[in-house]
Design a protein around this ligand. Sequence first.
Ligand SMILES: Cc1ncc(COP(=O)(O)O)c(C=O)c1O
Length: 353
Amino acid sequence: MKIKNLVRPEVLDLPTINAPEVSHGMIRMNANESPSSPWQKSKAIPLNRYPPVRPNSLTQGMANFYVVKKGEILLSRGSTEAIDTIIRTFCNPNMDSILVSPPTFDMYQFFANLNSISIEEAPLKAENNFVLEIDDLIDAITVKTKLVFISTPNNPCGSSTTINDITSVLEAVKDNAIVVVDEAYIEFSSIESMIKEIRNHENLIVLRTLSKAFSLAGARCGAMISSAEGIDLLKKTAPPFSFSTPTINHIESVLSSNDIKANNRHIKNIVIQRERLKKSLLTLACVDKVWKSDGNFLLVRFKNTNSILNALEENQILVGQIKNSDALKDCLRITVGNSEENKKLIEAISSII
Ligand SMILES: Cc1ncc(COP(=O)(O)O)c(C=O)c1O
């Protein structure tokens, strides 16, 4: 299958935006920038020059990090932006659909709606603990389906999907659609990444982000990882010059800091805290159910959700409220905090019992 056959025709005709490489000492009179920065009193670094069209050295660093070639990765401002870029690259407005399995990350639907793309659903079932049933997903594929989104681990349910199951979907859609595997929380789980499958399936795009396990949500950095052919198409649609110079510098400095071991310990600690928090919640009479989670959050159903929300508000504790989902009525999504924060959450909830 050639991914080129699935792209919007308008996108195929677009030029890939480029700008000349800049090296030190060049006289830069090509981009209508200011030649210098007048803000001498500011301690901030001068920003009178545009950043590169694509942050090339950061892309190489991220490629090394995910063990792929530079041509197999395209950076985005968080994976949120990547979802929009992928939809706009492949889905023809008022014609194609995306297929999702709610309850799931709501940005898939948001960007489909924004781009006049219809939504097909293969809902997760409460009786199966909201674990994706792959046959349901495959049965829901239609001739209109252009993108199949699989969030694994899934936000907000916490369940994961195996490589074998995702491979079945890739084979089922084969020549007609692309499978987008959103691995935003994968570092907190023991499941294997689909990244190593990109050379076996041209119609696979894996989404990764530095926002969760790498504690860089404020930097806004995500990655689309796919076949070189897929990345070349996505590059036509992704916004140019979108990574600011301070962001590039910040992430490069983190990635080259050689502190990956400390981050791995941090991830392990979040997982330990998650299981402790789950255990504590299960001791409370007002808790009806806590689902198994492979992410950095827990999906919890309470017997008296409104009182819980009031108690949390009084204690200035924010949790994720799940709107517009009958299946998750009375459920809250609680992000795992540090031990002090988790303790305060349990105390606040206990106070109303
Ligand atoms: C499943 C999933 N994918 C993607 C994202 C977006 O993350 P970001 O844009 O910060 O990379 C989130 C954020 O919560 C998420 O839950």
